[in-house]
Design a protein around this ligand. Structure first.
Ligand code: 5AD
Ligand code: SF4
Length: 454
């Protein structure tokens, strides 16, 4: 077997894509290794959403250079492929800047990877494929080998037509594409047969899902969830990432009617100021967001909410920023992601004249993150002494155990908190791994809960 090393940056979609690339290469005789050093092939799956993406890529490539040279001296070869959104955005430039790279492949064309590897080996020529062929992609990908775990991703939708003025996704992932309902259902069924208990539906705009149903009509995310919920072995369903504009009434209602749908939603708003939302081309206001939250909480009173925020978007004033702080205080989030605005080449906001100074961005980010952390701690503390069902996903590595030698299991709460429990021995660990068990929370930490199995 040849050895394959994959390094993944970015979102869950990239994690999913890396797994698929691994499946593709396994089918042609590669096995994975954690070490890049003596790999026969290295894939760097890149993310372009925020800054330093290409710097990171080129420093990774620099580190690979001596390994590649060594490989050559010993009479064999190391193929280096750059995949993902930086590959899509920078294309041939990457060949120009780095001699190490043999293959450039985009997020919508990586199904051709084995073919490209074959051509590199045979023709001794660099290969590039940046086509947008999502339809082909899903049909040509081998069955996913993921799913030996408790939770598995299933891509339902890719790309984005919304063109927020800060975002590269519409350019790197292309326009919106939804897979057929039946294909997604079949994937979920297959994963359920392998023991998967939780299906995580993925899409850049997952709630814009409108794939065809078996009658050839446009379905919706709510209908798709309802269908997957009929699979008895699937006990939990989640979806991400949603856009407020597509938070339809039937999807909100699904949170009341479908008990398998977890009471947690990641719903990025980006800013609490209407001026900024407009400049971002978000197509929703802060009032729209409040209304959605109100409806979601009516549908599911214990709903946990998370969001993404960007501070220091061009033209953002102190007043705009205070609107964001105010929105956060009013909503009350469980855990969030927040970023300083980073101009992305080719996006409209990158050319805006009124960029915000870096020190102001730093100060705003620190202030916002302090508030978000306080909210996260408050949310977690609510669960002290509470009981909840936890899906146990894996054993904690020895180095991460919080005390002594006892085996610890890592799981997820319905609200996506990490839950850690101790078990007596390996037999007990195996009994709970991949299953849902009732846990009593003993101690809430800022970003996890410690409990005991009841
Ligand atoms: N600058 C900063 N953050 C960004 N995001 C997307 N583009 C940018 C950018 N140019 C953030 C958004 C998005 C998350 C995935 O990344 O908050 O929701
Ligand atoms: Fe980017 Fe906006 Fe599309 Fe989300 S909705 S992927 S932020 S353009």
């Amino acid at each position: 077997m040849k050895k394959l090393h994959i390094k993944t940056y970015g979102c869950q979609m990239n994690v999913f894509d890396s797994d698929r690339m691994q499946d593709l290469m396994t089918a042609v005789g590669y096995e994975t290794t954690d070490e890049a050093k003596d790999a026969d092939m290295v894939i760097i799956n890149t993310c372009h959403i925020r800054e330093k993406a290409s710097e990171k890529l080129f420093s990774d490539l620099g580190r690979l250079r001596p390994f590649k040279d060594e490989k050559k001296q010993s009479g064999s070869e190391m193929i280096v492929a750059v995949a993902g959104c930086v590959a899509q955005a920078e294309g041939e430039e990457i060949f120009k800047r780095s001699k190490v790279v043999d293959i450039i492949v985009g997020p919508e064309s990586y199904q051709t990877l084995p073919d490209l590897v074959g051509k590199v080996l045979r023709d001794k020529k660099r290969q590039i494929n940046l086509d947008f062929t999502p339809n082909d992609k899903f049909d040509l990908l081998p069955e996913s080998s993921a799913g030996t775990g408790a939770s598995a991703f299933v891509t339902v939708q890719e790309g984005c037509d919304k063109f927020c003025t800060f975002c590269v996704v519409p350019y790197t992932r292309g326009s919106e594409y939804s897979r057929e309902e039946k294909k997604i259902y079949d994937d979920a069924l297959r994963l359920a047969d392998k023991g998967v208990k939780e299906i995580y539906l993925l899409g850049q705009n997952v709630n814009a899902y409108h794939g065809l149903d078996e009658k050839g009509q446009s379905s919706s995310l709510a209908k798709l969830i309802e269908k997957i919920a009929t699979i008895p072995q699937i006990e939990r369903i989640r979806y991400t990432t949603s856009h407020p504009r597509d938070m339809s009434d039937d999807l909100i209602l699904a949170h009341t009617n479908i008990k398998k749908l977890m009471p947690f939603l990641h719903l990025p708003i980006q800013s609490g100021s209407n001026n900024i939302l407009k400049a971002m081309n978000r197509k929703h206001s802060r009032q729209d967001y409040f209304k959605i939250i109100e409806n979601l909480r009516k549908a599911r009173p214990d709903m946990g909410l998370s969001s993404d925020f960007i501070v220091g978007f061009p033209t953002e004033t102190d007043e705009d920023f205070e609107q964001t702080m105010d929105l956060v205080r009013q909503v009350g989030f469980t855990q969030c992601y927040s970023f300083k605005y980073s101009p992305r080449p080719g996006t409209p906001a990158a050319d805006a004249k009124m960029q915000v100074a870096e020190d102001i961005k730093d100060a705003r980010l620190a202030k916002l993150q302090k508030l978000l952390t306080e909210q996260q701690i408050t949310f977690n503390k609510k669960f002290n002494n509470a009981q909840m069902p936890v899906l146990f996903e894996r054993e904690a590595p020895k180095s991460a155990r919080y005390n002594g030698e006892k085996i610890q299991l890592w799981g997820k709460s319905p609200w996506l908190q990490s839950v850690i429990v101790e078990v007596g021995d390996e037999n007990e660990a195996q009994k709970y791994l991949g299953k849902i068990a009732q846990v009593k929370i003993l101690h809430a930490r800022p970003s996890s809960l410690v409990g005991e199995i009841i």
